[in-house]
Design a binder for this molecule. Structure first.
Ligand SMILES: [Zn+2]
Length: 400
């Protein structure tokens, strides 16, 4: 018995971003792992697609785990699940520094039970596994530390999360050049904690903006960046709701500082900026989804200027990046659930409140038709760097 216990595979989530539900041991080489998921303030819209755990004491031969309890609800439609037959978990043998996808041969999907099974032969005794390559508050702090003291990077804290974590706002511009002649881009990633790909893309963009080669861009543009709209979610391994269950990309039309301080702080900061007479030439909120890339804005109500900006944005994405949106920009409409309060996204509310040319961007986590692979960390970093060129050219077309 003692030998058996010593040999048992261990499961831990005691690190930033770690999360998993119930663990069930079927055999020494087979675990069933429930994905905990997260529901909203009313117990609805449960989504179960963030898991990040470490297995230790792994056996030498083939090992199997099943991811279970994946089915939830999306926009009040039951039965949806965001772990699919085509999502591939990532693994790390170096404590979360580098990540690789499990291969198609290692992964199988049970359509009846809606479970994803991974079979692999461990190369080491410990492995970390996650839905997509994790990116935590620690990553943001490490990046900021690299550029500490640079005069063109300013960091402010605009508010605190439910659990008291800081919500940073970064400003990147050349302070020696007056703001009057500059264009202004707001850039937000990671409203939804599971969508780590957006943080990697933002890091790629920030590295480009902070590099010596971007001196000219910093003379022409102001970048206002919100890298941690849900710092609790990033730390605690949440999915898409704040610690009180409020979806950080809904509720922008029903803001309450007591229950959703993150949204309240960000909305106030953005509206204060506009109301103090500053411009916003483009606002972008980045998201991840399963199987499609697209940008989305208020096409039907935004008028010719916003439509032209959307078309330019899309064309530049096609030309300069691997963005795959064959059907072009989408119309956001006025709400995700028309007629119901608390269902507006950041871009819907910013346009409704101040006619801000605001966009949502979705990027897929499954096999990417233009990359010809599952998107890697490097792919996200490269995309974010290229996105800086796309955004700046979209708002300041050559020759205008
Ligand atoms: Zn999202």
């Amino acid at each position: 018995m003692l030998a058996l216990l010593l040999a048992a595979v261990t499961v831990t989530t005691s690190f930033e971003g770690g999360n998993l539900g119930k663990v069930e041991t079927v055999a020494p080489d087979h675990l069933r792992l429930a994905v905990k998921g997260q529901a909203d303030q009313n117990g609805r819209n449960r989504q179960a697609n963030w898991y990040y755990f470490e297995l230790g004491n792994l056996p030498r031969g083939e090992f199997r785990f099943d991811l279970t309890e994946l089915v939830g609800e999306y926009n009040f439609k039951p039965g949806s699940h965001a772990v699919t037959k085509d999502t591939r978990p990532v693994y790390s043998y170096d404590g979360g520094r580098t990540w690789t996808h499990f291969t198609d041969q290692q992964v199988s999907w049970n359509e009846q039970a809606k479970e994803l099974t991974v079979r692999f032969t461990p190369a080491k005794t410990a492995i970390r596994i996650a839905h997509t390559p994790p990116y935590t508050n620690a990553n943001v702090q490490a990046l900021l530390k690299e550029f500490q003291g640079k005069p063109f990077l300013k960091q402010e804290i605009i508010g605190k999360s439910v659990h008291g974590r800081s919500i940073p706002l970064l400003t990147i511009t050349d302070p020696a050049t007056p703001e009057a002649g500059k264009l202004v881009i707001w850039w937000m990633a990671r409203q939804h904690a599971w969508e780590t790909g957006t943080s990697w893309a933002l890091e790629g963009g920030l590295r480009k903006l902070l590099a010596p080669g971007a001196a000219n861009l910093r003379k022409r543009f102001v970048f206002k960046v919100l890298p941690c709209p849900d710092p609790d979610g990033m730390a605690e391994g949440a999915v898409r709701f704040n610690s009180n269950g409020f979806d950080i990309n809904r509720n922008w039309d029903a803001v309450d500082a007591a229950t959703m301080p993150e949204i309240a702080a960000m909305l106030k900061t953005i509206l204060d900026w506009v109301d103090a007479g500053h411009r916003i030439d483009l606002f972008l909120a980045m998201h991840n989804t399963e199987s499609v890339d697209y940008i989305d804005t208020m096409l039907s109500t935004g008028g010719p200027e916003l439509n032209a900006l959307a078309q330019r944005f899309q064309r530049l994405l096609n030309e300069k990046t691997v963005f795959y949106a064959p059907n072009g920009p989408r119309d956001a409409g006025e709400s995700t659930t028309p007629g119901m309060k608390g269902r507006k996204t950041v871009h819907q509310e910013l346009f409704a409140a101040r006619k801000i040319p605001a966009f949502l961007m979705e990027q897929m986590v499954e096999y990417h038709p233009r990359l010809h692979r599952l998107p890697t960390v490097q792919d996200r970093l490269d995309f974010g760097a290229a996105l800086v060129d796309v955004l700046t050219e979209a708002v300041a077309p050559a020759g205008q």
